[in-house]
Ligand binder design. Structure first.
Ligand SMILES: Cc1ncc(COP(=O)(O)O)c(C=O)c1O
Length: 393
């Protein structure tokens, strides 16, 4: 039989996160107990008021296709959420509801990138921003977000990377995998470069509610003059612990939304109807549930950061957001992949090698602390033992 696989599927590598996860699951099937820090999946149940809303919607027969754009109630609720919480000025026409944020990323990038177009993407970054442009035949040009620069942009570098083929700058803040949050200067610099060079900013704000130490997230679209050229991607997966529900959205100018919808209508038609109904309730009837989860994440983060920085051979910066710690293992003289493999096999602790997220991730591990406090404590003990073995070798 001939090879039926299209090149665009061939360029996609299996996810490095899944690889670790699958190995961990195989170990569990063989009877071993593994501590999981490899997945960006909140460990909390979805808040009860949202589950009740979904059950009620199902009971009331909310089971059919909706408008491709999403229900008017949800589009209006999302616009109101962004306007009141993030100082934006959206209407329902600026919102496209998608089946999770991953689908939103695909719809947006497939709508704006022709073959050979260039897109500026942070390094390190969550892999979809590398894989989707590649699959579309576009060229990914990476800009650095380095630990030694506190995960902020290097303005001169970013400017130097813009060419006539550049279409957009991708921003992910708070960041997966580093937990870094772009400061006001970085955000403004990106906005200025986009404006001066007539670029779009595609900003992934899925972790915007998970900001620690009382910090406040600033939406790119709220910066002066940026609403028109900003494409905001967000969703319910992380904020409301709804990863399995598949509900996300894009906010952008109404013309772009109509174009994104052309791809969305052929890829998923619409997000699930009763999930959209529950999404309206999630936004409108929230009473401290997110803050409660945030406080627990912060407790785990504070413990893990202290434990890691007290471990000879390991270090990390304090992540300002999301639920990831990017652990520096450079002093140990071992690759990220080898460290992760040994950590899993010898200590039964699953983490992701940093190089999965780009070349700047080599020498780091990503620890997701979306796992119980007790597991975080036990995981840090495993890390400590592993580092000690390598220090004493
Ligand atoms: C930065 C970022 N964007 C998007 C997603 C995917 O979100 P969803 O589950 O809504 O597709 C993730 C998931 O890990 C993420 O880290």
């Amino acid at each position: 039989m001939r090879n039926f696989i299209a090149q665009r599927a061939d360029v996609l590598k299996p996810s490095g996160i899944r690889k670790v996860n699958e190995k961990a699951l195989a170990m569990e099937r063989a009877g071993e107990k593994v501590l999981h820090f490899e997945q960006g999946r909140p460990d909390f149940d979805t808040p009860a008021y949202i589950k009740e809303a979904a059950k009620k919607a199902l009971d009331e027969g909310d089971v059919f296709y909706t408008s491709n754009f999403g229900t008017m109630q949800l589009r209006e609720a999302i616009a109101e959420y962004l306007n009141t919480r993030k100082s934006c000025a959206y209407k329902a026409e600026n919102i496209l509801v998608t089946a999770g944020l991953s689908e939103a990323i695909y719809c947006v990038l497939a709508s704006i990138l022709d073959e050979g177009d260039e897109i500026l993407v942070p390094d390190p970054v969550w892999m979809n921003y590398l894989n989707v442009p590649k699959m579309l035949g576009a060229k990914v040009i990476t800009y650095d977000l380095l630990e030694e620069n506190d995960c902020q942009i290097d303005l001169a570098q970013l400017k130097s990377l813009v060419t006539p083929k550049t279409k957009a700058i991708v921003v992910v803040s708070p960041s997966n995998p580093t937990g870094g949050v772009l400061d006001a200067a970085s955000l403004q610099a990106i906005a200025d470069i986009a404006t001066q060079n007539d670029l779009l900013v595609v900003t992934d704000e899925v972790y915007e509610r998970l900001i620690y130490d009382g910090g406040k997230h600033v939406a790119m679209a709220s910066l002066p003059g940026m609403a028109e050229r900003t494409v905001t991607l967000n969703g319910f997966s992380k904020t409301y612990s709804m990863t399995g529900w598949r509900l996300g959205y894009v906010a952008a100018n109404a013309d772009l939304i109509k174009t994104f919808n052309k791809i969305h209508q052929i890829s998923s038609v619409c997000a699930p109807s009763f999930v959209q109904t529950a999404g309206v309730v999630a936004l409108k009837e929230e009473h401290g549930e997110v803050e409660e989860m945030l406080a627990e994440y912060q407790r785990r983060r504070d413990y893990a950061v202290k434990a890691i920085n007290e471990t000879p051979g390991l270090s990390c910066r304090v992540p300002g957001g999301a639920f990831y710690i990017f652990i520096n293992i450079k002093e140990l003289g071992i690759s990220s992949a080898d460290f992760c493999q040994r950590l899993l096999e010898e200590e039964k602790v699953a983490m992701v090698p940093g190089d999965v997220f780009g070349k700047n991730g080599e020498g780091y591990l990503r620890m997701s602390f979306a796992n119980s406090y007790e597991s975080v404590v036990a995981g840090c003990e495993g890390l400590k033992r592993m580092a000690a073995k390598l220090m004493n070798k």
